[in-house]
Design a protein around this ligand. Sequence first.
Ligand SMILES: CC(C)(COP(=O)(O)OP(=O)(O)OC[C@H]1O[C@@H](n2cnc3c(N)ncnc32)[C@H](O)[C@@H]1OP(=O)(O)O)[C@@H](O)C(=O)NCCC(=O)NCCS
Length: 187
Amino acid sequence: MSASVTLSGSRVCLRRWREEDREAFAAMNADARVMEFFRSCLSRTESDVMVDHIEGHFSKHGFGLWALEVPGVAPFIGFTGLSLPGFSAHFTPCVEVGWRLAFEHWGRGYATEAARLALGHAFETLALTEVVSFTSVKNHRSRAVMERLGMRRDPADDFDYPSFPEGHPHRRHVLYRLGPGSRFGAG
Ligand SMILES: CC(C)(COP(=O)(O)OP(=O)(O)OC[C@H]1O[C@@H](n2cnc3c(N)ncnc32)[C@H](O)[C@@H]1OP(=O)(O)O)[C@@H](O)C(=O)NCCC(=O)NCCS
């Protein structure tokens, strides 16, 4: 498996990260609207550490959170892709599909289109038998992406995200699951 795989759709391109993406990514990670459901915004250093971690994941596994480009619109609007969560829960080990877009690129369907490409790669190329996604119970925009993809939530799978402290309003998370026979590629 090549670690440099690029996935292209009708509007979006999932590609490996470039040095110049780091500045735009740090700006996103400093935006309270983008980071509403995380513990806090990230400093430039924390944002760069995350990019290093993403690159390390690509090197180790051959897939990861791809940088998201919209040709003709913007060279970098965030990320969408596949990753192995670094914590233990009742559904791990697993592969997660995830996304984070700059606020000005919300509401255009880019996250869903990109996630469909990532899921195609997960099921058709990597031959995975399941992909999950999870987010804070209150993150309705992210849950809507999961639902558009045909992912299914069982309330019995809800869990407390370990890195949020007890009592934190976003600690409770929902888990969505998808298998290879689903219609994520439709639409
Ligand atoms: C989660 C997140 C990626 C969702 O972004 P989004 O823009 O709502 O999702 P999509 O890109 O799939 O866009 C869907 C919207 O685009 C609209 N849209 C406009 N043009 C469209 C087109 N050509 N095709 C498809 N949808 C289109 C859809 O109708 C939908 O609108 P709605 O939200 O009013 O229903 C974004 O809110 C985000 O980055 N949040 C911060 C990070 C985060 O919380 N990540 C998840 C943590 S687990």
